[in-house]
Design a protein around this ligand. Structure first.
Ligand code: FES
Ligand SMILES: [Fe+2]
Length: 364
């Protein structure tokens, strides 16, 4: 049964009701219904050791995984010993096999059970249950994703947005900074704020000076959405080549003096890839509780000379402005006088699309 209904017609639709954000039961339900069935960020092109332990979505899924890579063969395995459940690899390392530090069980790099001391008399042993489970994994321009139980293949999640990554060679993307923010708000409030440029003139005064609000567009795909911000004439030093899937008429208009200042790609439910002339800023939204969210910012630079100009120049300042408004909404949605709202058909297609997906995933 569907706990929520979001009308497909944005003109008739109401936003998600406030109990989605305030009732801890929906937060719990989202773990298996939403997060375990979607693709989660594992690592970027910086991954280099043979064995790298990764906790998938700490605080939400908390799933210990192991990325095993050898000669370009990358796999994602369960990082839990099939004997009594110890986590196998605690730190990234070079190795030829995986050995459990508790009772010595050994596995090959592709997760096959190899040997176990003192188990000679055990009946019907080993079986496939003693191998490490393989976890579905996908890769795009050096970015790795995993999913516990994907509702659809990764390529469907990315859809046409895959073209965006073609502009970047993984070897040219250098992870130059990581930063963590803790926001006192529900994870979905943080995401839905990201999904509309409607608030730019009100919340982001400096950003509003470099992007052209009038031509800002949102395109929605099956599991992702893409916002494109064009520059105000003369405000950015450079742009990108045109994104082939874009339907933005201004960007493609011959002789237009506006160029793409930024593209904001959202992969449902919690991944943001922000494309700037200098590279990609990846934001991973990690729910901690119904009222607390951690957001990791990973900065991948391909052209350092463009770091200080345009829409991607002051990401920290923009983040502070977003956090203040999202934390205010967190307080507001608890009000006895607020239950839900309506959408601007012109400016909130991304938020409407996001709410529709949440409602779809929460179905029994
Ligand atoms: S838990 Fe790994 S060998 Fe016992
Ligand atoms: Fe914002």
């Amino acid at each position: 049964m569907a706990p929520f209904f979001i009308d497909p017609d944005i003109r008739k639709a109401h936003t998600l009701p406030s109990n989605f954000y305030t009732d801890p039961a929906f937060f719990e339900l989202s773990k298996e219904r939403i997060f375990a069935r979607t693709w989660q960020f594992v690592a970027g092109p910086e991954l280099c050791e043979t064995l790298t332990p990764v906790t998938l979505l700490p605080g939400m899924l908390d799933e210990p995984l192991l990325v095993s890579s050898r000669d370009g063969d990358v796999r994602c395995l369960s990082n839990v010993c099939t004997h009594r459940g110890k986590v196998l690899v605690e730190n990234a390392c070079e190795a030829n096999l995986i050995r459990c530090g508790y009772h010595g069980r050994r596995f090959s790099l592709d997760g096959k059970f190899l040997s176990m001391p003192e188990f000679e008399d055990v009946n019907n042993f080993p079986t496939a249950d003693d191998d490490l489970k393989h976890v579905p994994m996908a890769e795009c321009s050096g970015f790795c994703f995993a999913s516990i139980d994907p509702a659809a293949p990764f390529d469907d999640f990315l859809g046409k947005a895959a073209d965006l990554f073609d502009e970047f060679e993984p070897k040219n993307l250098k992870l130059t900074a990581t930063k963590e923010y803790e926001v006192d708000a529900h994870w979905a409030l943080y995401c839905e704020n990201y999904l509309e440029g409607f608030h730019i003139p009100y919340v982001h005064k400096s950003l509003n000076e470099v992007v052209d609000y009038g031509s800002y567009t949102t395109e929605t795909f099956r599991f992702s959405s893409l916002q494109t911000a064009l520059s105000e004439p003369g405000t950015t030093v450079t742009g990108f080549r045109e994104f082939p899937a874009s339907k933005n008429p201004v960007a493609t208009a011959p002789g237009s003096d506006k160029i793409v200042a930024a593209r904001y790609l959202f992969l449902f439910p919690n991944l943001m890839f922000n494309f700037y002339p200098w590279g990609i800023s990846v934001n991973v939204v990690e729910p901690i509780s119904p009222s607390k969210t951690r957001v990791r910012f990973l900065t991948y630079v391909s052209d350092e000379s463009k770091l200080d100009s345009g829409a991607g120049a002051d990401l920290h300042g923009v983040e502070m402005e977003d956090e203040a408004v999202v934390e205010s909404v967190q307080k507001g949605i608890r009000s006895r006088f607020y239950s839900h709202g309506r959408y601007s058909p012109k400016r909130e297609q991304g938020t409407h699309h996001f709410h529709r997906l949440i409602a779809e995933y929460l179905v029994d």
